[in-house]
Design a protein around this ligand. Sequence first.
Ligand code: NAI
Ligand code: 15L
Length: 263
Amino acid sequence: MKRLLITGAAGGLGSVMRQRLASRAEILRLSDIGDMGEAAPNEEIVTCDLGDAAAVDRLVEGCDAIIHLGGVSVERPFDQILNGNIVGMYNLYEAARAHGHPRILFASSNHTVGFYRQDEQIDVTAPMRPDGLYGVSKCFGEALARLYFDKFGQETAILRIGSCFPEPKNHRMLSTWLSYDDFESLVDRVLETPMLGCPIIWGMSDNDSSWWDNSHAKYLGWKPKDNAEGFRAALEQSVERPAPDHPNAIFMGGPFTQDPIFK
Ligand code: NAI
Ligand code: 15L
């Protein structure tokens, strides 16, 4: 493809994907409000607030696909979430509508369902149970993506990421972990699948201890290869297991279920 846009390119996942996806397009267009450093020869760097509709329209013009990682990624005051995740999501989808419907991978979150219990198994038909305003903003994003698919045919992979870090950091992440390799291989499936539609996909590796059923997304042919279980022994040595009555051991959303409404 000619041009692949990565939003949130200054962030944790964005900076990793900037390196890993460099070969997927002639040009990587990278955007964020944060510092993205110098552009490599095949990169375009665009500082852009997702809340600025005109800037987002210019950002999306000429792009063939979008990996949408930008926005507020944890619980924050509502005005920040509103700008980055709600207004920003609307601006991105309006820009995509104006510029030929580039396929989108939307980084949604497990916090859309954070108040389910860890002893439950759910699939994508389970009603949303967000665990904070951040989770609510991702529910909005998912609904918006679905609206633009049903109304305009805009294709989106709605990826409910669990915990995408170099390795699981605590006992909860033995269930929620998504490795960078598995994220990368999913991006390839999303970009290459002939008819994507608008699936919700649980963003997790092939973890023995998983809570989520991805069987409806089998048509993508995505086969995650990593398994958090390999980290269990070391983690048991270095990280204290939460008490069974602690929210981190009860709810899928773990600590996010205990966040206040920040002002
Ligand atoms: P991050 O916080 O490191 O990166 C997000 C980036 O978005 C930041 O660089 C930030 O400057 C940028 N941003 C925030 N508000 C913005 C705005 N108004 N306009 C433009 N850019 C803005 O988060 P991370 O971990 O890299 O996550 C990437 C995406 O994946 C986020 O959307 C997050 O919600 C989602 N996600 C990540 C998970 C993970 O385990 N890393 C788990 C679930 C979802
Ligand atoms: C998220 O949605 C966050 O963006 C990320 O920073 C992690 O906290 C992750 O969920 C998680 O639940 O581990």
